[in-house]
Design a protein around this ligand. Structure first.
Ligand code: OFO
Length: 170
């Protein structure tokens, strides 16, 4: 059985993951109207992944005798400036999510809830991967600079990062 404290903290994480999904969906839509199909596809896939992260938490909280709460969400931005600044925002957001996961790990340890500690390890590993991926993409963008041909190549290249595929496939 989850403690009330941990239940509350896990519910806060459900909200973070749902907000991540909304942010990446907004990025996907923005990239799509800019005509960058590859970037849009990547962001749609990221958005789907975050929704899966959220659902995994919902199921866990309920399975452990808590009640997963579906809350209202912060409205994401509509425009993201440039592709570089969009991916900088993405990286910053993932670093924030990693911190929230670390806080949850701390709470689970202090409460000696080893089941939750074990459950959270999946998220710890996932965050390492997501931060690394965002840094790799940013490095590529920095190499391209403002070069239009480079941006075109980047757009087709980023499809290789998409592991989940198009939204319609999910
Ligand atoms: Fe990328 O944030 Fe979920 O875990």
């Amino acid at each position: 059985m989850l403690s009330k404290n941990l239940e509350k903290a896990l519910n806060a994480q459900i909200r973070h993951e749902a907000e991540s999904s909304q942010i990446y969906l907004a990025m996907a839509s923005w990239a799509e109207v800019q005509g960058l199909e590859g970037v849009a596809q990547f962001m749609y896939a990221q958005s789907n992944e975050e929704r899966q992260h959220m659902l995994k938490l919902v199921r866990y909280v309920n399975e452990r005798g808590g009640h997963a709460i579906v809350s209202d969400l912060k409205e994401p931005a509509v425009k993201f400036g440039s592709f570089k600044s969009m991916f900088e925002t993405l990286l910053k957001h993932e670093v924030f999510v990693s911190q929230t996961i670390n806080t949850l790990v701390d709470i689970s340890l202090s409460e000696k809830d080893y089941a939750t500690h074990n459950f959270l390890q999946w998220y710890v590993a996932e965050q390492i991967e997501e931060e690394a991926q965002a840094r790799t993409i940013l490095d590529k963008i920095k190499m391209i600079g403002d070069d239009k041909a480079g941006l075109y190549l980047f757009d087709s290249d980023i499809r290789n990062f998409t592991s989940v595929g198009k939204p319609s496939e999910n």
